[in-house]
Design a protein around this ligand. Structure first.
Ligand code: NOJ
Length: 534
């Protein structure tokens, strides 16, 4: 039975559970091996039953898919591999009827090299107004054979590519993703129009890709080691852009979530001032190792940095760019760091799964909203994608040392006994699924009260039905070393044991939910969490 959808206020985003759909790998409706909107529409009842408030779709626009859709050729067209604009409109409306809001993904820092603007810029040549929409520059060196500056790409290698007429263009990611020039009024105008285009189609929110990278120091200076931040990160003028975006969103009641990777808490919080973005992803929490002290500090820092600007925190364990949670938590190093990803890292999946279950209860009990990446509710591990099937440019640009991000993007298993585990009618999806994934299939987990899916369904049901969850205050309770214990309103208590010893639970009236069995004497085993009504 689907949980009833309670009426939500305009502030729904302050405590929502938002499910991230990677459309290529969610469900394949037309049987061509690639996930699509038809697949999502058919599975909306699954999302309603899971109990999520909103769905964020990673880019579904026309794209050569060089970077999984983050290379957009047209923001107003759905890629034919995924469906049509009419289908997207139906999907948004159908989801809304089930109480699920839609968040689309806008990629303002760059476009695809197949975008009409970039093609026109290439054709028009040096000095043309078309080139002013991007960062084209002559090279350095006697014959302009050296890139204009030394900026390193986010995906390894240089950020500059030379075109046949001798000029170079800037791309913080792959050469197929030229950066837009945000000092140009047409770039600003176009993106505000794109925002309106999607708000008018009923979307409730927009996720902003690479949100801190848009503005570059106009001098494009070399990166001087030791300065506080790179000349392409978090430039002050960026806030002006988000202030005018906020005015657009406010006209529709829309909300933003920014992809803001910034170590400096004060700089991060500037994006969340009341006239800028509503929320931003909490990467501090996502990258934090499974250690009580570090997690507690991350939670405290998060709440402290959000409080002055009045923005709710978000709690994120995983997304389409990082190692799956059960895998990460099953390794010797439980932190996430792009720089240390390697093939063949030993992993204890039972341990990782136990911790991921506890982490789910932890993040769902913290004040604010929660992001849940597709497949996390199934406890999917990072898949080992065979070398000859890897598609992610991060792998290739690293010279092959970084396995890339395909391992967390493998198509979902829905039915244990069906070809491609029910992902689609075709046996071979775009990325191969591991041979032992039948056990993770939705139909198998649905009948098992001890499954990860059952835990998530029950946790989300309680989070809606019981008081004390979502936005609001929290207070730490005294606890033993390695134990996190905190109280929310209505005497809601969450205890997580990250120590090696069993932990005593505080006095309580009711056990709402446990991530695993308690010891016979009522103590909490290691790597286990509970929700109590105290
Ligand atoms: C962040 C996205 O999450 C990632 O998948 C993408 O590769 C980069 N931004 C570039 O758009």
């Amino acid at each position: 039975m689907a949980a009833p959808t309670p009426p939500r206020t305009d502030d729904w985003w302050r405590d929502a559970v938002i499910y991230q759909v990677y459309p290529r790998s969610f469900a394949d409706g037309d049987g061509d091996g690639t996930g699509d909107l038809a697949g999502v529409r058919a599975r909306l009842p699954y999302l309603a039953e899971l109990g999520v408030d909103a769905v964020w779709f990673t880019p579904w626009y026309l794209s050569p898919l060089v970077d999984g859709g983050y290379d957009v050729a047209d923001y107003r067209t759905i890629d034919p591999a995924f469906g049509t604009l009419a289908e997207a409109e139906k999907l948004i409306a159908e989801a809304r009827e089930l109480g699920i809001r839609t968040i689309v993904d806008i990629v303002p820092n760059h476009v695809s090299d197949q975008h009409p603007w970039f093609r026109a810029a290439l054709a028009a040549g040096p000095g043309s107004p078309e080139r002013e929409l991007f960062h084209f520059r002559p090279g350095r060196g006697a014959n302009g054979e050296l890139p204009p500056n030394d900026w390193p790409s986010q995906f390894a290698g240089s950020t500059w590519t030379r075109v046949p007429d001798g000029e170079w263009y800037l791309h913080l990611f792959t050469p197929e993703q030229p950066d837009l020039n945000w000092a140009h009024p047409a770039v600003r105008q176009e993106h505000e129009d794109v925002l309106r285009f999607w708000f008018e189609r009923g979307v409730a929110g927009v996720r902003i890709d690479s949100a801190a990278l848009l503005v570059k120091d106009p001098a494009l200076p070399d990166f001087v080691a030791g300065v506080d931040r790179e000349p392409f990160v978090d430039q002050d003028e960026i806030h002006d852009i988000y202030r005018s975006w906020r005015a657009v969103a406010d006209a529709y009641g829309g909300v933003f979530v920014g992809e803001v990777w910034l170590p400096d808490a004060e700089r991060f919080a500037r994006y969340l001032r009341p006239d800028e973005l509503h929320t931003a992803f909490n990467f501090n929490f996502l990258t934090c190792p499974w250690e009580a002290g570090r997690l507690r500090r991350s939670i405290d820092d998060t709440l402290a940095e959000h409080a002055p600007v009045g923005a709710p925190a978000t709690w994120v364990l995983c997304n389409h760019d990082v190692t799956r949670t059960v895998t990460r938590y099953g390794r010797a190093d439980t932190a996430f760091d792009f720089a240390t990803k390697r093939f063949g890292t030993p992993t204890d999946l039972d341990l990782g799964t136990r911790r991921a279950r506890a982490a789910a209860l932890l993040s769902l009990a913290l004040p604010g909203s929660v992001y849940l990446y597709q497949g996390e509710e199934l406890g999917l591990p990072e898949a080992d994608v065979p070398l000859d099937r890897i598609e992610d440019p991060m792998h290739f640009r690293s010279g092959g040392t970084d396995p890339g991000r395909d391992g967390c993007r493998v198509p979902l298993p829905w039915e244990a006994e069906a070809p491609s585990y029910g992902f689609g009618a075709q046996a071979e999806p775009w990325l191969p699924q591991p041979a032992d994934w039948a056990r993770y299939a939705v139909d198998r987990q649905s009948g098992d009260p001890d499954s990860m899916l059952a835990l998530y369904r029950e946790a989300l049901r309680l989070r809606r039905a019981e008081p004390g969850f979502g936005d609001g205050p929290m207070a730490w309770l005294p606890s033993e070393d390695g134990v996190l214990a905190f109280r929310r309103s209505h005497d809601l208590v969450c205890v997580v044991n990250l120590s090696a010893a069993p932990a005593a639970l505080p006095p309580h009236e009711r056990l709402l939910l446990a991530s695993g069995p308690l010891h016979a004497d009522g103590t909490l085993p290691r790597d286990t969490a509970v929700w109590l009504r105290g």
